[in-house]
Design a protein around this ligand. Structure first.
Ligand SMILES: Nc1ncnc2c1ncn2[C@@H]1O[C@H](COP(=O)(O)OP(=O)(O)OP(=O)(O)O)[C@@H](O)[C@H]1O
Length: 328
């Protein structure tokens, strides 16, 4: 059953420099309990996609298209209805745990808060449930008392508290936006494993946003490659990795650090993708990647390429895609 469906979602921000198209006709479906990785360089619109789903876009944003969640059009909901949905049905884990945590409230209080607000639990019951949730995310008693404050924890432990808060109301969808960027390497792997484990165990859908292909490979069944606010390539993670078709996806692979670990030979020389993401105030009329693309030809310039299906579960928006298998 489709849980979340974006149909031709475009977002234009009014900026002092003029209108900026930060999302351009983004469409995808996410089924209940499934995992989707959204990958791309900085500035490709990954966070904007997450914020649009959460109803947290800046005031200057104008949206067209649809975002359906459990059959309801989110763009048509008022702030009160969105507030009821956030945390209860859709939860989010951000990059930096301190943005989600209140430094002057205990961790037990903060985990219990959602339970009281959304589920109407009494103080005692919410506190007892908070202790169980902290245990669930690897912060057991008595070492991790609910009376601790965020500053008494490490970065990884704080992100565990944020995950406990996200799980509190058993939402249908968890959005994790670069959840490990602020953490050391060991904690990164642990937190990603925890997110994958808790979402799978509770049948929660996961939208995992990252700039790192390795994170997608290891944690999500399906993936979406975004470039300059548009979808460049999509499919099951296995299918896309086997035959990366978009030159941008191949560029991301070539630029991936050794973090691809098991699937990339150690010591491989890293390439960078020349050039930069176009300015959202000044998007080209044709393929947005053409200026950086070694395969670009004259037919890429007049209009953006329509997406085409390469195989069941694999599509690309490119007129000159790679057809050969990916060499990892
Ligand atoms: N408040 C804002 N006003 C104007 N432009 C913005 C604003 N927030 C983001 N943008 C622009 O929107 C585009 C998409 O940004 P977004 O944050 O979604 O990218 P991202 O892929 O998540 O990158 P990152 O990995 O750096 O978070 C970028 O060009 C960014 O400069």
């Amino acid at each position: 059953m489709t849980l979340l469906s974006l149909q031709d979602l475009s977002v234009v921000l009014d900026t002092p420099e003029g209108p900026a198209t930060v999302l351009d006709r983004v469409s995808f479906d996410l089924a209940a309990g499934e995992s989707l990785g959204i990958v791309g360089e900085s500035g490709c619109g990954k966070s904007m996609t997450a914020l649009a789903v959460m109803g947290l876009l800046p005031d200057a944003a104008r949206c067209t298209g649809r975002i359906d969640f459990e059959g309801r059009d989110l763009l048509a909901l008022d702030e009160q209805a969105l507030c009821a949905l956030r945390g209860r049905c859709i939860a989010m884990v951000f990059q930096e745990p301190m943005t989600a945590l209140n430094p002057v409230k205990s961790i037990g209080y903060q985990v219990a808060e959602g339970l009281r607000w959304h589920l109407g639990l009494g103080r005692g019951e919410a506190a007892a449930r908070a202790v169980k949730l902290l245990d669930r995310v690897g912060l057991p008693q008595p070492r991790f008392s609910p009376d601790l404050y965020p500053h008494q924890l490490s970065g990884g432990q704080r992100q565990r508290v944020v995950i406990a808060m996200a799980l509190a109301c058993d939402p249908a969808l968890l959005i994790a936006d670069e959840p490990t960027t602020a953490l050391d390497v060991t904690s990164q792997a642990e937190i990603l494993a925890l997110i994958a484990e808790v979402t799978a165990a509770s049948g929660m859908a996961l939208m995992l946003i990252t700039h790192d292909l390795a994170v997608v490979w290891q944690n999500t069944a399906a993936m979406l490659v975004m470039y300059a606010g548009a979808v460049a390539e999509r499919g099951t993670t296995a299918e896309v990795f086997a035959r990366m078709a978009h030159p941008y996806t191949r560029g991301l692979l070539a630029a991936s650090p050794g973090a691809l670990g098991d699937i990339l030979p150690a010591g491989r020389r890293l390439a960078t993708i020349p050039g930069q993401v176009p300015d959202p105030q000044d998007r080209p009329t044709g393929c947005v990647f053409a200026a950086r693309c070694a395969r670009a030809a004259a037919d890429c310039l007049p209009r953006p390429p329509a997406e085409r299906v390469l195989a069941p579960g694999h599509a690309v928006a490119c007129l000159h895609p790679h057809e050969e298998e990916t060499v990892l």
